[in-house]
Design a protein around this ligand. Structure first.
Ligand SMILES: *[C@@H]1O[C@H](CO)[C@@H](O)[C@H](O)[C@H]1NC(C)=O
Ligand SMILES: *[C@@H]1O[C@H](CO)[C@@H](O)[C@H](O)[C@H]1NC(C)=O
Length: 793
């Protein structure tokens, strides 16, 4: 744990350039300047064919181009690295995930491998698998694809401190999420540490973007009449109109009066202006607003809730700020709305919470997914299962098919009877359907003397890997099977569950075989059997082929590398540019007195040359060229900066040396005092010489330096002065800090005299320390006190 982070879909931007990609805020800033190559609002293209009605209807509103992938799915067409490129939606989302991953890694200062991604609850299998593929392309292990509604409910549940105790009546909360690209409603029951999603409903065609679309359409019409402009023919103008409409929409939420919409130099050098007020806006959006109620009613009906059962209605999502939406929801429930949760944040928190172990439990306990079911078939030949969505009417996706699953290598029993085939179907934690395993139960002839027994080994092992509790068995007998039969394999209580399964058998279609009254094996209580795993061939709707996925993974790696190289190149270039500006400013400021006029002029000229170069052939060079250019400049700049630094540090260094010398001189002066009479005379003389030498050295260096111009190399470097300080210290300190041997103090001298020792013991305990660290010299306090008195220049 710990090595993972929440990643989620925000309204993200990815921008493509001649040398790199920009993702997030950096891409958003290019939405007008690089509009054809800046991609946004692509979430809903996941897992959809290019010919999908949704894709086709969204296309005219986009300023970037969509294109068909070789597989038939939706891709985007952009100019990248000066070439026209088509990227699959999985790749584009992977780019976004890559960026989020890098951001998380930078914040956590460690690699991130796992993530949780939230998706609209109305995402179907193909859309979910497509998002999972995107995570894989970005090198992320998606622990869970979570419904947005679940993520929001989790966030609410965990952060509310006052929920009813587990045994009490749960608190029912309705969440109304009006996002940019969809409308989701859920009803949830909360107890402390327990969350149950009672019902959910949605309208994918109702979101902030649909309101923007209305505004854009309105102003396109206005400008067409008023200025004879065809806005949609100019992507750049269209993008600007979208931006202004979004702003206007926000303003209208706060202000009901007439509000202006002005765009300068909009198209063909024409400035445009118009106005709108909230009333007019609501009128043109009446159709959209009329759709607010249906999902609310659906949730109440599914969960059999009465309005008085609802504790609170929480409204979230950017578009929930539109007053008319709030009014509709509030009127429906006859209740004031709560706005405790900010949508993006709420979803992020809900996902993040999954990391805690207990939250996982809360989640699975009351949740329909993951869920498995073992189906038993009696077959003589390979057969296929077809999974599809049952309730196509409510499906926000044009194709109900999920996929086909071919159960291979099915053979009749030795007796010629049908074999028992167990097929396990599963909805994963991500809400994705699969046929996870199939096995054939082979009946073995009991041999003499051997006690026959049931050995369901292979199957038994499988069962252990799944949680027993989420697996249910059901037997499918041949008579159940017709081509049109469907089976809801999930709990009937989850009436909003979308998946269904249809199975067909090649055998059944050919010969109408009479089914035995009972499966043959079931008659005998104890039969020796062997379970053989059967291969399954999947053909999933819009499944990304493995080799394609691998290619995308590889390409993402290359693009990451390219972005990294480009960043380094840019950093190197910026390094040169910054140096030029910094130096130019300082040459006439802080560094001025440290450079001769002649050198300064030469350097300034050089800086100007380089600046010009940066705008000309230096505009676009390899990283190394910039690195070399910088060191060329530094050759001139460095000595000046060093002189300035020396001049700044020098007084301090001299000061330290001076203090040290003065201190020792004080002690030497006091040598005659009783206090130091334990010191050896010879040694003291040596010290005296050292101190005098040091003093002379310092005085002569200071004098010479004073005579030298600041524009020249200094006489003495700070480093040398510090070395001298150390030298004096090492030569003098051992001698002068020798403790005075302990003697019985004469009675009448109980109180130490002014210059006397405070305490011989203490003195011997004091450790000499290096001069830089302070003036702790084991010198008597009084001496030190005296020193500080005279320590003024
Ligand atoms: C997600 O939402 C859908 C639609 O409301 C629901 O059928 C499904 O059970 C939910 N899945 C998960 C994993 O929460
Ligand atoms: C609403 O907008 C109008 C026009 O810009 C402005 O004059 C007015 O002060 C605004 N009202 C409020 C309450 O902000």
């Amino acid at each position: 744990m710990g090595h993972w982070r929440t990643l989620l879909f925000l309204r993200a931007f990815v921008s493509f350039g001649p040398r790199n990609r920009a993702i997030g805020a950096a891409a958003k800033s290019q939405v007008v300047t690089n509009c054809k190559n800046t991609v946004q609002g692509f979430k809903r293209f996941h897992g959809r064919a290019f010919t999908d009605p949704y894709v086709q209807s969204a296309k005219p509103g986009l300023v970037y181009d969509l294109a068909q992938m070789p597989s038939g799915t939706t891709g985007i067409k952009v100019m990248y690295m000066e070439e026209e490129k088509v990227f699959s939606i999985e790749q584009v989302t992977a780019m976004l995930l890559t960026k989020l991953k890098e951001t998380a890694e930078a914040a956590l200062k460690k690699p991130v491998a796992d993530c949780v991604i939230s998706v609209p609850s109305f995402f179907t299998d193909a859309e979910r698998r497509s998002v999972m593929d995107a995570a894989q392309i970005a090198g992320l292990n998606c622990l869970r694809l979570m419904n947005d509604t679940t993520a929001v409910a989790l966030a609410y549940g965990i952060y509310k401190q006052d929920l009813p105790a587990p045994e009490e009546k749960p608190r029912t909360v309705v969440f109304v999420d009006v996002g940019h690209a969809g409308y989701q409603v859920s009803a949830c029951a909360f107890n402390k540490g327990k969350l149950k999603i009672l019902a959910s409903a949605f309208d994918p065609e109702l979101g902030g973007k649909d309101f923007d679309e209305m505004l854009v359409k309105h102003f396109c019409d206005v400008f067409s009449k008023k200025y004879k402009l065809d806005v949609r023919s100019k992507p750049r103008a269209l993008v600007r109109l979208y931006q202004e409409c979004e702003k206007l929409k926000k303003l209208m939420s706060a202000n009901a009066s007439d509000l202006p919409l002005n765009i300068e130099c909009f198209m063909n050098d024409i400035d445009v202006s118009s106005k709108l007020n909230r009333g007019e806006f609501e009128e043109m959006c009446a159709g959209l607003l009329g759709r607010v109620e249906a999902p609310l009613r659906s949730v109440m009906e599914q969960a059999k809730l009465k309005k008085e059962d609802i504790y609170a209605v929480e409204i979230i999502g950017g578009a929930s700020r539109i007053p008319a939406i709030k009014e509709h929801v509030s009127r429906f429930f006859g209740k004031e709305l709560s706005t405790t949760l900010n949508a993006d944040e709420a979803v992020a928190r809900g996902c993040a919470l999954l990391s805690g172990k207990c939250d996982c439990e809360v989640f699975t306990k009351n949740h329909p997914a993951p869920f498995s079911k073992v189906l038993t078939f009696y077959r003589k030949e390979p057969f296929s299962l077809e999974a599809y969505y049952n309730n196509q009417k409510d499906l926000p996706y044009p194709d109900p098919n999920i996929g086909q699953f071919f159960i291979q290598k099915v053979t009749p029993q030795a007796s010629g009877e049908s074999s028992k085939v167990k097929v396990k179907v599963r909805v994963s934690v991500h809400g994705i359907f699969s046929v996870s395993s199939a096995s054939l139960v082979e009946v073995l002839k009991p041999s003499e003397g051997e006690e026959p027994m049931e050995t369901d080994t292979a199957d038994g092992q499988k069962e252990n890997t799944d949680k027993k509790s989420d697996t249910e068995e059901m037997e499918v007998t041949a008579s159940d099977v017709t081509c049109t039969d469907t089976l809801r394999y999930l709990d009937q209580k989850n009436s909003n569950h979308l998946h269904s399964l249809l199975w067909t058998s090649t055998e059944e279609n050919k010969e109408k075989e009479k089914r035995p009254d009972q499966p043959p094996q079931a008659k005998k209580a104890k039969v020796k059997t062997k379970t053989v795993d059967l291969p399954i061939e999947n053909s999933l709707h819009w499944q990304l082929a493995n080799d394609m996925l691998n290619l995308f993974v590889e390409n993402e790696g290359k693009m990451i590398m390219q972005d990294k190289l480009e960043k380094e190149r840019n950093d190197a270039k910026n390094g040169v540019e910054e140096y030029v500006y910094e130096m130019r400013e300082k040459l006439h400021g802080a560094l001025e007195k440290f450079v001769s006029e002649e050198d300064r002029d030469a350097f300034a000229l050089k800086l100007e040359d380089v600046e010009n170069w940066l705008y000309e052939e230096g505009e676009d060079q390899q990283k190394q060229v910039y690195i070399d250019k910088l060191s060329e400049l530094k050759k001139l700049g460095q000595p000046i900066q060093e002189r300035a630094l020396e001049a700044e540090e020098r007084p301090k260094a001299f000061d330290e040396l001076g203090k040290q010398i003065q201190q020792y001189m004080k002690i030497l002066e006091a040598y005659k005092d009783e206090l130091y009479d334990h010191l050896d005379e010879l040694e003291v003389m040596k010290v005296e010489k050292q101190v005098n030498d040091g003093m002379n050295w310092m005085n002569s260096k200071m004098n010479e330096q004073m005579k030298r111009s600041l524009t020249q190399e200094p006489v003495v470097k700070v480093r040398e002065i510090q070395a001298k300080t150390k030298e004096v210290y090492s030569a003098c300190n051992p001698t002068l800090s020798k403790p005075k041997p302990k003697v019985e103090p004469p009675k009448e001298e109980k109180e130490p005299e002014q210059n006397g020792p405070v305490n011989g013991q203490e003195k011997s305990e004091a450790q000499p320390c290096s001069p830089e660290e302070g003036k702790d010299l084991s010198a008597p306090e009084s001496a030190e006190a005296k020193l500080s008195e005279m320590d003024i220049d």
